[in-house]
Ligand binder design. Structure first.
Ligand code: UDP
Length: 242
């Protein structure tokens, strides 16, 4: 029996606080859009009503980063983060075992090809039916190609909000496919970008490690993250959370 969704709310947006295993079980039985949400996306949605609609209509929303986990904690909700890069890989494992087809869209051409090659080494039964880099002008062309091959799972790594819009505009045309936006995951799978050491991941400081290595990411954290926390604190006092 399919688990029921009972999303928690943060600043008016849904987050499905499933465990990793529950989320995987739910996803495999679903179709539509999975969003891996972070504070930047929530702040962006508050300024962009189209993006807001995309987030509100997603079939599953996972707390990708520590920011959303902390925000929900402030609202009295325990929600363990589910990193998109790990969830995407778990989906590949499941879909290869179920002999279902997969598409990879996003990143530079050599990166996406290398990511596919590495994932096939990991899951030899993986049935990849479509690969496209993420630097295209005409999404319609990709949509038409995808409608022909009808992949069961479509991984989209274009960064946010591009990937969320790409999926939103596709999901009605492929109602049986499951689609997920995965940010920089193909770079990780290709071995071009390393994840932080496990210790940093465990204590929720992966963002800190990545920012030290790549200081231009700082622009994405400040002032967005502190503003997000301030908004959540305001919501907390309005909701009278103890
Ligand atoms: N990307 C892409 N097309 C674009 C812009 C970005 O395919 O027009 C890819 C980029 O090559 C990288 C990913 O999208 O692989 C975005 O990675 P980022 O680390 O910015 O993602 P996030 O931090 O949002 O998860």
């Amino acid at each position: 029996m399919k688990i029921l969704r009972k999303p928690s709310q943060i600043l008016g947006y849904n987050v499905d606080c499933f465990s990793f295993e529950q989320a995987l079980e739910y996803a495999v039985l679903s179709s539509g859009q999975i969003v891996t949400i972070n504070p930047e996306m929530i702040m962006n949605a508050q300024k962009d009503k189209h993006f807001s609609k995309v987030l509100s209509e997603a079939e599953l929303v996972l707390a990708d980063g520590v920011g959303v986990e902390i925000g929900l904690k402030l609202l009295g909700v325990n929600c363990k983060r589910i990193p998109g890069v790990e969830f995407g890989q778990a989906l590949l494992r499941e879909y290869s075992q179920l002999d279902k087809s997969v598409a990879f869209i996003g990143a530079k051409s050599d990166i996406v090809n290398k990511a596919v090659e590495n994932m096939k080494k990991m899951y030899p039964q993986l049935n990849v039916v479509y690969i496209h880099d993420g630097y295209f002008n005409d999404a319609e062309q990709l949509y038409e190609q995808l409608e022909k091959v009808r992949p069961d799972l479509i991984l989209v790594a274009l960064g946010s909000p591009k990937q969320e819009f790409f999926i939103y505009n596709l999901k009605e045309r492929l109602p049986n496919s499951l689609m997920i936006g995965l940010g920089g995951s193909f770079d990780v799978w290709a071995g071009a970008v390393k994840r932080a050491p496990v210790l940093f991941q465990k204590i929720g400081m992966e963002w800190f490690y990545r920012t030290v290595l790549e200081p231009k990411r700082l622009k994405r954290i400040f002032p967005t993250l502190p503003l997000f926390i301030l908004k959540v604190l305001k919501e907390r006092s309005e909701l009278n959370v103890k």
